[in-house]
Design a protein. Structure first.
Lengths: 369, 300
């Protein structure tokens, strides 16, 4: 009897909470209401400094809420499944291309973005958005090689070429200590670059050559890994990893902080690599484009933009931010490449559905063999 | 009597509706999706654009096509993945059975007051998140872990090359067994607990030894529990993608990973749906088979 009473009480409580929740949610949904000062961000994990967010909240007298994604596919999949209400997204070029073609983005009003002048012109007018009608560059990463400096020096292996993850003569000394990205496009791009083709090459013969190269090297690799290589590199379990520059930066920091007897370093291979430029765009479903514009302009200020780079080691297309960035980061050619290296970087473009299916078929074969 | 039937109907109506809505409807959607064309930017090609789509290849009727099925059956590669997933699922189920049976017997034979505590211990791992537990295995099996050192020291003493435990098929099986073991223990326990000890006494009186008592009395009676446990392990393992993703090496792709890839990386919903349907059909076959196997034993 006692139990039943308690149960009824609990149910009543539940009913009350639910009832009191609904009206609050409703007002949130109808946020044409100007008092509802909330900017909704849909951003990468760990891709903005908390201090920056707090400072923006103070200047705009509003609140910033964030949801996170860990790759572009997740972003696109969630939006395709009907996620709405986001004012601002930060997709990479090819995902942005898809969003533009889906008419999912709102055009920018550049009169509200005076700080746009701070952006390095080299990062404006990409193939995805030639006139920057929809997008403002936020930060970039380079897909490159991270390695255990002391180990590789000891083994006398080169660190400036993709050869180290593709050539059996080098891999023999690294068996089980190498990971590559679990990403069809990124790994193919590395193989294509090593073979001397463009990362955006869609010639099937070239893809087959890249497949053969990958299958030949695969027995020496420990795993396909998208995130765990950060920790494994920093701990010393891995000696070479194919991955993103900001992840390598984090691995290097972790190794330094925990006082390891080795250091993690990263370089752009001489054959060239993939550049991923992430841009701020306005989603059609956003209810506060005014706040979103203010946020973009705010993030274009040198100091705010620099905080991101100091936190994550991401590349920074903002010229005004340079003075605020730690000198060792600015001096790192794998984060701020020189002109010659920049010329060898390529951004991945989207491929059509028949090419995607063919690539998936090749990928499945790579995994199974 | 009539009133009782009405109550039964009323009580079973909500779950039935729930199943219809959340199982049948998505399955139907999946079947329809598998016959459509993929969209240029992911998702599905709109039905209205079928004129342009059909111009490219085989003529689809009303924007529907069999191309994904053609693609699936024209390539031995996909059959290989199915076979491999079946092998992994079968092995996991067998190991789970061998490990779970003694545990379930132990619990069933313990004093009543300890049983609930033991059951609690079996399900306790569910209290922490599945992914965290799998990540814990990454640490346990990592090359610098105490366990790895121990195993490799023994191997070296026996004159073998040291091995990498993490990122291997071995790690995948360990992860799979670890996650699914309770699903084998619980049905086995509920079955074993109901056995009448008098039968064992009678067998002993008739001169059966320990081994004979187990094979002739306990094992046949426990078969329904074995089959339901096997189904509870086999079917989820067949579709699992997280464990091979995290613990597996460069060759550990299972059907679940392939399906996940179709919806995320490749954005090919029709082919992903086709793979899911094929998986569902095989799972239904397995479930049907295990029901058939379980039936005659229980009616005996």
């Amino acid at each position: 009897m006692k139990i039943r009473c308690a149960l009824t009480g609990f149910l009543c409580l539940l009913a009350i909470t639910l009832a009191s929740c609904t009206p609050a949610d409703k007002t949130a949904a109808h946020s044409a209401n100007p008092k509802d000062n909330i900017l909704r961000l849909f951003n990468w994990n760990n891709y903005i400094s908390q201090e920056t967010v707090e400072r923006f909240e103070q200047t705009c007298q509003c609140r910033v809420t964030q949801d996170y994604y860990s790759d572009n596919e997740e972003l696109l999949a969630k939006l395709a499944a009907g996620a709405t209400g986001y004012d601002l997204l930060v997709p990479t070029g090819n995902a942005m291309d898809t969003l533009i073609h889906q008419h999912a983005l709102r055009e920018l009003d550049k009169s509200q973005l005076p700080n746009l002048k701070n952006i390095d012109p080299n990062y404006l007018g990409t193939v995805f958005d030639p006139d920057n009608r929809y997008s403002v560059p936020y930060a970039y990463t380079i897909t490159l090689l991270g390695f255990n400096r002391e180990k590789l020096a000891g083994l006398g292996l080169p660190t400036n070429s993709w050869a180290i993850i593709f050539e059996p003569k080098y891999l023999e000394k690294l068996k089980g200590r190498v990971t590559v990205l679990d990403s069809q496009r990124e790994l193919m791009a590395a193989a294509l670059k090593y073979l001397g083709y463009s990362a955006n090459d869609t010639d099937e013969n070239h893809w087959q050559q890249a497949k053969a190269l990958i299958i030949r090297a695969k027995p020496y690799w420990a795993a396909f890994s998208n995130t765990s290589y950060i920790r494994e590199l920093a701990v010393g379990n891995l000696w070479v990893a194919h991955g993103y520059s900001n992840d390598m930066f984090q691995a290097a920091q972790d190794a330094k902080k925990t006082g390891r007897h080795f250091s993690v370093d990263f370089t752009i291979p001489k054959e060239g690599a993939v550049l991923s430029l992430d841009s701020m765009v306005l989603h059609q479903s956003g209810r506060r484009p005014d706040l979103a514009h203010r946020f973009i302009n705010f993030m274009l200020e040198g100091q705010n933009s620099a905080e991101l780079t100091n936190l994550t080691g991401s590349g920074n297309p903002n010229l005004d931010a340079r003075p605020y960035i730690h000198t060792d980061i600015v001096a790192n050619p794998a984060i701020f490449p020189d002109a010659a290296q920049s010329a060898r970087l390529e951004m991945l473009e989207d491929i059509d559905h028949t090419q995607r299916r063919l690539l998936s078929r090749i990928w499945t074969e790579i995994k199974l063999r | 009597m009539n009133k009782l039937r009405l109550t039964r109907w009323l009580v079973s109506l909500p779950p039935t509706l729930f199943l219809l809505l959340f199982f049948a409807a998505p399955s139907l959607l999946m079947i329809v999706t598998s016959f459509r064309y993929p969209g240029e930017f992911g998702g599905l090609a709109p039905l209205s654009a079928l004129e342009t789509m059909t111009g490219e290849g085989d003529s689809g009727l009303y924007g529907l096509t069999l191309e994904t099925y053609h693609f699936f059956f024209s390539d031995i590669l996909y059959a290989e993945i199915f076979l491999k997933s079946f092998a992994v699922a079968t092995l996991t189920t067998l190991i789970c059975l061998i490990m779970a049976y003694p545990v379930a017997m132990l619990i069933a034979k313990s004093e009543k007051k300890y049983r609930n505590l033991m059951i609690l211990l079996v399900v306790l791992p569910f209290a922490s998140n599945f992914l965290i537990r799998i990540y814990a295995w990454m640490i346990i099996l990592g090359p610098e872990s105490a366990f790895s050192h121990f195993v490799n020291n023994i191997l070296q003493m026996l004159g073998f090359e040291p091995v990498m435990l993490l990122f291997s098929p071995f790690a995948v099986i360990v992860g799979m067994v670890y996650v699914h073991l309770p699903f084998m223990i619980l049905p086995l326990y509920t079955n074993l607990e109901k056995h009448d000890p008098v039968l064992l006494d009678a067998a002993q009186d008739l001169g059966a030894n320990r081994w004979q008592r187990f094979w002739l009395i306990t094992w046949p009676q426990s078969l329904p529990g074995v089959f339901s446990g096997a189904a509870l392990v086999f079917i989820p393992v067949l579709g699992m993608f997280a464990v091979p993703d995290i613990l597996g090496g460069t060759g550990d792709i299972l059907i679940g990973n392939l399906i996940k890839d179709q919806f995320l990386g490749t954005r090919d919903w029709p082919f992903g749906s086709t793979l899911s349907i094929m998986l569902m059909l095989t799972v239904l076959c397995v479930a049907g088979l295990s029901m058939l196997l379980a039936r005659p034993r229980t009616s005996r």
